[in-house]
Structure formats: structure tokens, C-alpha cells
Write a protein that binds this ligand. Structure first.
Ligand code: SF4
Ligand code: SF4
Length: 320
């Protein structure tokens, strides 16, 4: 990546409170870290799966790099802000140990901001300085980072649980992960190839076939799996039967149907009206439940997300 391109991008991301780690990773304070420590309002993943929002690091090992250019994405994409770069390749690969260490330091820097807040819950603040969970999800496609399995393993060795979010376009990388995450998310945001090309805008030919290979691969994972559907009004909320067929193919442990949020760089591509309301997400989930036999297990209206599963209750992963 050219130096002036990097300067433009990093300047914009600093304003959005990204903390850079090495040459291609970053940590960002999740809104729910703040909400949990200051207002005792945890994220929906605490409600669903038991992880603790105040002990969670939100990071990416592939800050500027992805195989898709989804309309709804909050990351800076090549072409935004009049700068372009090769998004498909991380030029220099940082060591997993250094990334993990850098993430811990970045999280500590983020937490220092709470010291002066009179509403800070001090018990939670102290616990927060010892993270127990990492969401490898912030932005970009993490399977582009070659030693991803090693990165997951290093987080596990430091006592953290890991939620990995992938767009599923690189099944060969996922199938060869040397360490499975605690929970694996695959984004499935289109019911067919036509919608996929329009909404997820893959950066290489045959990506839809690759995503379908990943769906078939999902049952080979031992960890719980999630199909994450980001729902964008007027773009990908029809064709429920086609979605149901993809779900049948993947047989995930969970489905999370979640509203698109009008934040970050997605503001350049979609209007505010593209965000469905919670009742619209719920109506979509009910149709999905009818077609798939999955049941609605939980929901979080404040995040406009509905959880479906064949299980009677979720597998809790947070123990502390
Ligand atoms: S699991 Fe996700 S939403 Fe919850 S605190 Fe971590 S990064 Fe934030
Ligand atoms: S796959 Fe994820 S990171 Fe990549 S463009 Fe889509 S939303 Fe953004």
C-alpha cells in the first residue's frame, strides 16, 4: 500500500477511535464495552452466549483487507476517500504473538479513558483489565491473515475465548485452521448469487461458489457455528425459501438475523432508511423459522437481532 494511501486511511480511522496494532491489525472500543462498564448494559452476545462485554477485545488482523466490498460494511473500502489499494493481500505478515500483545496494550489504553468517569463500575473496570474474550471481527476478512490458527491459539493460551467472523469466501483457509475458534461465524447476507453480487460485491470471480463450499464445510467444525445475516431493507430481505435452502446445507448451531446499522463508511453507500426496525427483523426471522424448523430462541431489540437455533438453549461460553 502506498504511503499516502495509508496516511489517508489511518487518519480517518484514528478519528473513528481505531487503535493500530502492528502493520495490519487494530483494536476498537466496542460501544458495548462502554455501555457495560458505565451503564451496566451488556451486548446481546453476553445475553445469548454468556461472554462478558466488559472483558471483550474487539480486533481485526486484516484491517484494510477483504475479499468483498459489502454495501453495508463499516470499513473503509478501496475507492472510498479517493484512494485505492489491493484489498486481497496483506503485504507484510505480523507475528501472532506480537498481535496478541499489541491487542492487550491497546485495550489497556482504551480502558484508561474510564478512570475519570464518575459512572464507571469499578468492579467491572478491574475485571476489564483482564480480558477473557476476543471478537476477531472488527473489519476485513480474517482468513486473509495466513497464521490465523496460530493467532487464535495464542489468544486461547492467554485464557481468552474467541469468536471468529468470516465472510466464508476462502473455504480452503477455514478448513486448514490449525486451531478452531470458540465460536465460528459465517456471514450469509444473500439468498442467491444475483443478490450476493449486488450486496456483497465479491472481489474475485466464483466467490459465491466458494461461500457455498464453506456452508457445506460448516458441519465439520466441532465448535458452535453461526450464520450471521446482516439484513438491509430493500436489498436482501426477500427470498426466504432460498435462504432456508442455504441454511439446510450449512446446518449451523445458530442463525443470527441482524439489522444493518448505518455507521462508519457504510454511510457512503446506503441511506439511513436501509436499516430495518426490530419488528421487521423479527418478522423475517419468523418466516425463516417457519421454513427451516429452527426456533426463535432469544432476541435483543436494542441491537435489532434475533437468534434462531434447533437447540432448546444456547451453549454458554463465558465462564467468568
Ligand atoms: S462480543 Fe462483540 S458486541 Fe459484544 S462486547 Fe465483544 S465486540 Fe462488542
Ligand atoms: S465481508 Fe465484512 S469486512 Fe468484508 S466488506 Fe463485507 S462486511 Fe466488510
Amino acid at each position: 500500500m502506498e504511503k499516502n494511501t495509508e496516511a489517508t486511511l489511518s487518519g480517518a480511522l484514528r478519528k473513528q477511535k481505531y487503535h493500530f496494532v502492528g502493520s495490519h491489525s487494530a483494536v476498537k472500543r466496542c460501544k458495548w464495552l462502554y455501555e457495560s462498564i458505565v451503564n451496566d448494559r451488556p451486548c446481546y452476545k453476553q445475553k445469548f452466549y454468556g461472554i462478558k462485554s466488559h472483558r471483550c477485545i474487539q480486533m481485526s488482523p486484516s484491517l484494510y483487507y477483504c475479499t468483498q466490498q459489502c454495501l453495508f460494511c463499516w470499513r473503509a473500502q478501496s475507492g472510498d476517500m479517493q484512494v485505492t489499494w489491493d484489498e486481497m493481500k496483506i503485504p507484510k505478515v505480523d507475528d501472532p504473538e506480537e498481535i496478541v500483545e499489541g491487542c492487550f496494550k491497546a485495550q489497556q489504553r482504551i480502558l484508561t479513558g474510564y478512570k475519570g468517569n464518575p459512572k464507571t463500575n469499578w468492579h467491572k473496570f478491574q475485571e476489564a483489565s483482564m480480558p477473557k474474550q476476543v471478537a476477531i471481527s472488527l473489519t476485513g476478512e480474517p482468513t486473509l491473515y495466513e497464521p490465523l490458527g496460530e493467532l487464535i491459539k495464542t489468544f486461547h493460551q492467554r485464557g481468552l475465548t474467541t469468536f471468529l467472523v468470516s465472510n466464508g469466501t476462502l473455504p480452503a483457509k477455514l478448513s486448514k485452521l490449525s486451531q478452531e475458534p470458540t465460536q465460528l461465524y459465517i456471514s450469509m447476507c444473500a439468498p442467491n448469487e444475483e443478490v450476493y453480487k449486488r450486496v456483497c460485491r465479491p472481489e474475485f470471480p466464483g466467490a459465491w461458489t466458494k461461500l457455498n463450499e464453506t456452508l457445506e464445510l460448516l458441519q465439520s467444525f466441532r465448535c458452535p457455528t453461526v450464520l450471521r445475516m446482516t439484513l438491509v431493507k430493500e436489498h436482501n430481505m426477500d427470498n426466504v425459501e432460498e435462504y432456508a435452502r442455504l441454511i439446510e446445507k450449512a446446518n449451523p448451531t445458530y442463525i443470527e438475523a441482524k439489522a444493518y446499522m448505518h455507521i462508519g463508511f457504510s454511510n457512503l453507500r446506503l441511506s439511513f432508511d436501509c436499516m430495518p426496525m426490530h419488528h421487521e427483523v423479527r418478522a423475517f426471522a419468523e418466516k425463516l423459522a417457519e421454513k427451516t424448523g429452527y426456533k426463535i430462541l432469544n432476541e435483543a431489540p436494542e441491537s435489532r437481532v434475533v437468534l434462531l437455533s434447533r437447540l432448546e438453549k444456547t451453549i454458554k461460553v463465558g465462564t467468568n
